[in-house]
Ligand binder design. Structure first.
Ligand code: SPV
Ligand code: MG
Length: 435
């Protein structure tokens, strides 16, 4: 009977393992080289279950005939002892940390004419994904999170969903509205920290006057009471030398993404368009800023999103497309294509041409002016993230002014209280006293 060697950690057993073992079993006697705890720790986090526990689980699987210790990530000493006819391993190890291990297996097998079989890696299942799902369940159950779990969650949503839906918040209370509002099974996936609403809520213009330290203050308030991912508007990102530091801080806090726009200061809100003078950054200088940000990230999950202002500054779709290409080449993890027109024809043209890009990243849109276009339509043209950028503050302000005017007009507050305000009994209980 032919001998088939399968090296594995088998820490959290799943479908992918069974697929590999089934293929191995079809070839002959299955010998599992079970990695020791030290061998696993040499290239990734230590296993959740120890060697004896993992061995006991595996030995009760009928697809496994024998288990031997594999004391290193490297297979070669076990392979030379056993001289198997086949080694079976998922094709995922062609890239990453096990690439070198793979080429040593191939060389060793050549010594006695053995063969490497590499079934296609089972998509959507791995111990890492299972661990992340467990973390996510505990987030939902405990209504709490950690910076790392929150940070990673945006990329996970982008992988799983056709469309990620984001709403603006500018303080703890509005953060809670984004966190908790549900209609049927629909809810918002993430929170947008808008420069416009953060500045306006602080009574300041949206001109980068509210600096990073002040923005961090708002971010902290929101992080404190929510668990959903945060996407932060960092205006132009400031100087490249400073942007690197801001990326570090945002990532440490557990923010998932930062968006910087390709303008030079003093920045004015995009929705003004060319009503006031605004200057776009040169492609080269903006690419340098993206690279500076990318070089200071710690995780692979934190996203730097490049925002293109060409359509607002009458530079046309060609300019937007060539900027998108350059920004992606410089490491941008996603592109936000801004458009302040009620009829976003150019945005549609951009999306059509973006479909032909060989190097693709997610596309972000902000339907503030073209609010008649639905999420479904945007998703159809290739938009992956829709940000409702200012709606909570825009709806709150007129309501508050109406109340203020009513009190002045009446010289008392009963009409305002009855008609425009929530009952005192409700506001007292709006924020629970316990988790
Ligand atoms: C913001 O919300 O601050 C934005 C989006 O940057 S926009 O106001 O449309 O420019
Ligand atoms: Mg802004």
């Amino acid at each position: 009977m032919k001998k088939v060697y399968v090296g594995m950690s088998a820490d959290i057993l799943h479908n992918g393992h069974l697929n590999i073992l089934t293929i191995a079993k079809e070839k002959g006697k299955v010998i599992v080289g079970l990695l020791t705890d030290d061998a696993i720790s040499s290239y990734k986090n230590p296993p959740v279950l120890n060697y004896d526990e993992r061995k006991r689980m595996l030995s009760n699987i009928s697809l496994v005939d024998e288990i031997v210790e594999q004391e290193t990530l490297d297979y070669v000493s076990n392979l030379r002892k056993i001289k198997p006819d086949f080694v079976v391993h998922g094709n995922d190890w062609k890239e990453g940390k096990q690439k070198e291990t793979r080429s040593r297996v191939i060389s060793a097998l050549k010594e006695w004419g053995g063969e490497l079989i590499e079934p296609t890696y089972t998509p959507g299942i791995s111990s890492t994904l299972i661990k992340e799902a467990i973390e996510e369940n505990s987030r939902v159950e405990s209504k709490g999170t950690t910076p790392m779990t929150r940070l990673r969650h945006l990329k996970k949503l982008l992988n799983e969903r056709d469309l990620v839906r984001v709403l603006e918040a500018h303080n703890g209370l509005t953060g809670l509205i984004v966190e908790n509002t549900k209609v049927d099974s629909k809810e918002f996936d993430a929170i947008w920290i808008s420069s416009l609403t953060d500045s306006t809520a602080k009574g300041k213009p949206d001109t980068e006057l509210v600096n990073f330290d002040s923005r961090f203050n708002t971010i902290e308030q929101i992080l404190e009471v929510t668990t959903k991912p945060l996407i932060v508007d960092a205006d132009t990102g400031g100087l490249a030398e400073h942007f690197r530091f801001h990326v570090r801080t945002l990532e440490r806090l557990g923010v998932s993404a930062v968006i910087i726009e390709d303008k030079v200061g003093p920045k004015r809100n995009s929705l003004f368009g060319d009503e006031i003078k605004q200057e776009q950054a040169s492609i080269d200088s903006f690419c340098e800023k993206i690279k500076a940000g990318k070089s200071s990230t710690v995780t692979k999950d934190f996203m730097i999103i490049a925002r293109i202002e060409s359509l607002n500054l009458q530079k046309g779709v060609d300019d937007a497309i060539s900027r998108a290409e350059s920004y992606i080449r410089s490491g941008a993890d996603a592109i936000m294509i801004h458009c302040k027109e009620k009829d976003p024809k150019e945005l549609f043209d951009f999306c059509e041409r973006f479909k032909d890009f060989s190097q693709k990243v997610p596309l972000v849109a902000v339907p503030s002016s073209y609010s008649q276009i639905s999420e479904r339509q945007l998703s159809k043209i290739g938009i992956n993230v829709v940000i409702y950028a200012n709606h909570l503050l825009r709806s709150a302000y007129p309501a508050m002014v109406k109340t203020a005017k009513s009190i002045l007009k009446e010289g008392k507050s009963d009409i305002a209280s009855d008609k425009y305000c929530m009952p005192i009994s409700k506001i007292l209980r709006l924020i629970p006293e316990d988790y």
